[in-house]
Design a protein around this ligand. Structure first.
Ligand code: GLV
Length: 327
């Protein structure tokens, strides 16, 4: 009998098949996450789990699962997992980087476009039957080409967005805790600037940082005050990076012009004040949602889990301390 694996929520069938051929799989074929207690119960005899960002693995949870050896998250972000606690309990944690980079950057650019050119707002107007004919300043927004894009977090997705921006002749400024290598800065025509400079110079600010204690509410009232009144904020990272109440306030009093949000502080609940505003484009956490990419993410998580359960260092291991490099 193979290793016992729980698939906590619905994934692409090819990944289920791949797992079932190689392990003893319990499959929760549902889009609903197990409530915390049920998840614990289903995991009590498992050695591995294919998890999603709606599953929480706190210190308490991992401590209660002595047989668990690997948490293979179907996401690049892993803020749903207490990685330090997992490491202490000898549990490998893996994610799905790279495969979703381009797809996620595509959606960040789509949100930027939609917010700048008022795509959702004007469509709502048209569908409601309000359109009486062409007007000179109807739904005028702001230009994307030749504007300045500020990217917060110059990792893989930040770089993919910068590539797209180059095609639109945008000036790209960025800020990150760690400066990008010089060859990347040159190739992507990036200018490294302090955080405050980015906020004050950018026509578009796009967030590509992980959710960690230092990035929680990174964007709040003081930051919106530094931004241009014409600026657009885009978030495809994690909801809590933005203080949503402060953002709704900034949008309502036109401290900034618009926002495009794919992630929210309390998903799937949306801050009611945001729902009332016309100048915000809202999508339900779909940045990596192309069939090809989501399928690849599922396969990647399956491979990570099986690799760890075979005693190997899984390809996308986050807690490297579990398999120290000997060479
Ligand atoms: C999705 O949000 C991910 O982290 O992959």
């Amino acid at each position: 009998m193979g290793s016992r694996i729980l698939v906590s929520k619905r994934i692409y069938p090819e990944a289920v098949e791949y797992l079932c051929e190689r392990a003893d799989v319990e499959y929760h074929d549902s889009d609903k996450s197990y409530p915390a207690e049920e998840l614990l119960r289903h995991l009590s005899d498992k050695e591995g789990v294919i998890s999603q960002l709606t599953d929480r693995f706190s210190e308490e949870v991992v401590a209660a699962l002595p047989s668990l050896k690997v948490i293979a998250n179907v996401a690049v972000g892993f803020d749903n997992i207490d990685v330090e606690a997992a490491t202490r309990h000898g549990i490998a944690v893996t994610n799905t980087p790279d495969v979703l980079t381009q797809t996620t950057a595509d959606l960040a650019f789509a949100l930027l476009f939609a917010a700048a050119r008022r795509v959702s707002e004007s469509e709502r107007f048209l569908r409601a039957g309000h359109w009486q004919g062409w007007g000179i300043d109807q739904f005028c927004g702001s230009d994307i080409h030749h504007s300045t894009l500020g990217i917060l977090g110059m990792g893989r997705i930040g770089q993919a967005l910068a590539r797209r921006a180059n095609g639109f002749d945008m000036r790209v400024v960025y800020h990150d805790a760690v400066r990008a290598p010089e060859d990347i800065e040159q190739e992507l025509r990036l200018t490294f600037v302090p955080f405050e400079t980015l906020l004050s110079e950018a026509d578009f600010v796009s967030l590509h940082v992980p959710l960690v204690p230092t990035t929680r509410h990174l964007m709040s009232t003081p930051q919106f005050a530094l931004m241009k009144k014409t600026a657009v904020l885009v978030n495809t990272s994690r909801g809590p990076v933005i203080d949503e109440v402060a953002l709704a306030e900034a949008l309502a009093c036109e401290e900034i012009a618009a926002a495009g949000l794919d992630v929210f502080e309390n998903e799937p609940d949306i801050q009611p004040k945001l729902l009332e505003l016309e100048n915000v484009v809202l999508t339900p956490h779909i940045a990596s949602a192309s069939h090809t990419t989501r399928s690849k993410m599922c396969m990647m998580a399956a491979e990570n889990a099986l690799s760890a359960l075979a005693g190997n260092r899984p390809p996308n291991l986050i807690n490297q301390d579990l398999f120290p490099d000997l060479g």
